[in-house]
Design a protein around this ligand. Sequence first.
Ligand code: RNT
Ligand code: ZN
Length: 416
Amino acid sequence: MDQIYNSAKSRYAAFGVDTEAAMAALKNVPVSIHCWQGDDITGLENSGEALSGGIQVTGNYPGKARNFEELKADFKKALSHIPGCKRISLHACYAVFAEGEKVDRDQLLPRHFAPWVEFAKENHLGIDFNPTFFSHPMVKNNLTLSSPDENVRQFWIRHGIACRRIAAYFAKELGTHSVCNVWIADGYKDVPADKLAPRKLLRDSLDQIFAEDLPGVVDCVESKVFGIGLEAYTVGSSEFYFNYVATHTKVYNLLDSGHYYPTETIGDKLSALLCFRDKVPLHVTRAMHWDSDHVVTLTDDLKEIAQEIVRCDALDKVLVGLDYFDGSINRVAAWVIGSRNMQKALLWALLMPNAQLRKMQQENDYTGLLFLHEEIKTLPFSAVWEEYCRREGVAADESWYADIKEYEQNVQMKRG
Ligand code: RNT
Ligand code: ZN
């Protein structure tokens, strides 16, 4: 094994790449893993509400987590096969209520998330947070923060405010920031007559939500092109939020890799945002034809995102979070595959001879640039990846899958 790694190490060294430095850097890059892959965004409210908001989880693979205990157990199993520094991303619909107690989303308090804080402490995780503006009876006519019904709008403003306070509680308890991300599905199925009024209402709602100064909270807003059933108009469009964050500099623009036009890549947007902001939060997903949220695979798109993070020297500025959900395969395996792929892409990017490539660009050596970009594609990446996993104490090869299959057999399939 050592021999394989050592030979890879010298191959990379010939290109001026230090594999030890790459692994040391990767070890400290947190990846926030979304809790909702574990149960198809069902949440713990037991409200009986179907998933709404223009997003869809398809598939009926058996064994999905049905409660907090099962979700935690599955998540821990996934974590045991993921190298590197990890965080967990929660949604507000994952509040854990004590026996007999249940409050509506506008009344949520930090204590409803205390069991998650305990879990995070046990597993050395930071927590990121997402208010849940969907799958709820107060979503009226597909509108929340942009609703002309003041009763509806105020309910969701209260929810946003409550969630920011919960994020502040996570930050305080865990001693690390908490990303608090506002994504709303508000929109119209067919062409509306007035596109301005909903956006003005949304701007006002956000101003109310973000009014309170809360240390440790990284507030962000997430745009989208369209949702299923909301094809004609999305209130929270990219232009809307780009302008919102430009004029509200405490709020950040979260880029979801499934939320742009098909030829747009978020990798290309990172340097543009980093010119102006000290943080760029991400939702990494894989869109297939539309925002289908397939499990993240090691695609060129993913590599481009990682490459830009590294090349912009932004490993501590881009806050990497995952956001995908597939109900047609083993959900624990889905967590592991997507998270390992994110880590692989980051390592891939860290193993590029970026200084040399930059120099070639500056010297207008475009032939050299193309040559080198292609040459490095076949360097012995897997040897470094395996060495990294070994050092992190997780399976270096495909053997983790057997453990998941065993877990599926012994735990998940027994859930009925
Ligand atoms: C939906 C957004 C949003 C959700 C999660 C569950 O298109 O990407 O971030 O996926 O909040
Ligand atoms: Zn997202």
